[in-house]
Design a protein around this ligand. Sequence first.
Ligand SMILES: [Zn+2]
Length: 502
Amino acid sequence: MTNDAKACHYVMTLFRSGLLIVLAAGFVLGACAMNPATGKNDFVLMSEKDEIELGSEAHAQIVRQFGGAYEDPALQDYARRVGERIAANSHRKELSYHFTVLDSSEVNAFALPGGYIYITRGLLAYLNSEAELAAVLGHEIGHVTARHSVRQISGTRAAQIGYTIGSVLLPELGNQIGQGLFNVLGGAITSGYGREHELEADRLGAGYLARSGYDPRAMLKVLEVLKNQEVYERQLATEGGRQPKIYHGVFASHPSSDKRLQEAVAYAEQDSNAAPEETHELEDYPAYLDGLVYGDSERAGVVRGEVFYHADLGIGFTLPAQWSSENFPERLVLQSPTRDAVLQVSVEGIEEGQAPREFVRSRNRSRTVQREDVLELAGLETYSAIIEGGTATTPRPERASVIYHQALAYLFVGVGKNREAFERYDADFVAVARSFHPLSETEQGLAAALRIRLLRVDGDLDFAGLAQQSPLAAHPEEQLRLLNQLYPDGVPAPGSLLKIIQ
Ligand SMILES: [Zn+2]
């Protein structure tokens, strides 16, 4: 196929948007290139070398953003072996792939350009066979081989590039792309690429599965898992009066009953070189899940009842009654039941010689301190103040409290929707900071993360009974069913292995 006969998709799009100058810039750099997976022409601004550099530059940032790599060398190695097996049967087998299990409870998987592929322990927990793991990795490898992110960057960058056009011809462009990549890509990578690209990744993934000796129907099973997650998440969101957090574009983009997907899987099956027995022999997956952290980890801190415990930092504090909490790698966010106040807790290093008062003030130089309070925590250096925030028309005071403990500063910042809300909740903001304490020995036990354990089904085992004994706080039966692909109403088969939480 030649480049001149067919204008590729992005060029057409650009013409329609009238960005002719951009088009010219694009052709200087990349023009159309044959896509290795689809065999079609793409308009890409980027060479493979740039693509790999981009991936490797963003890798550390992604890992950090998703709680780090999960500390289980055997599991990491297993994911890598399964991934490499699939990659070896892909359209870009010469690429060197990097597979990372992320220490995040989010249910997600995604790929960076250049062969960097990620799956969270949160998603691993819900899979039930090696073929399903292979299906997730195969889907992501499909994004890489079809260069979806690169195509997306090219499209987005082409639209943004207008004012940087002078620098387009400079050799350090590669680095500039690297710097801008994360902003441009961040959203797409971790939340999916839209229906057509998702379907293409599934189709490619199904083919790679079949060629690697896995049953390509695992692709459909994974979609069921994700779909059930979505149903459950919507239920939780409705109960909590919030927006559902739907992570992977695959959720919204197509159901497992999608006719084109069914056809793609059926086609891959015909193409398969695996005997079904072989596929089943490979399913030693559950053993790798025994002991897997479920939900928040010790590294992130856990909420038990109304107390937040952080085992690694050895500290705890009490949440206001009925408040919800969300644990991000760099902060804990607490929200009032009526969602009109937020308290954010973070940990920072301390500059040498800086007292708590100066610590808070140095972060609020341009703002007025309205009042100062004492937290009265025995043996700890602390400071607490109300600081004027917001604007003249919509003032939004903040309660900032800081506590020094073992060379770290714990910062509690509370805000209300408006001044009235702030005044209603200020006592809560202060109470949380005042409840801060080093963990006792008993509390160290409570601070432990929950983990997956395997249980062989015998006799009269049912989910209602398991749910009663479970340490899971909310919807234990639903969570156990989701973990075992028996949601919403399946019955465990006698003799099978069930995942439970301990
Ligand atoms: Zn995808």
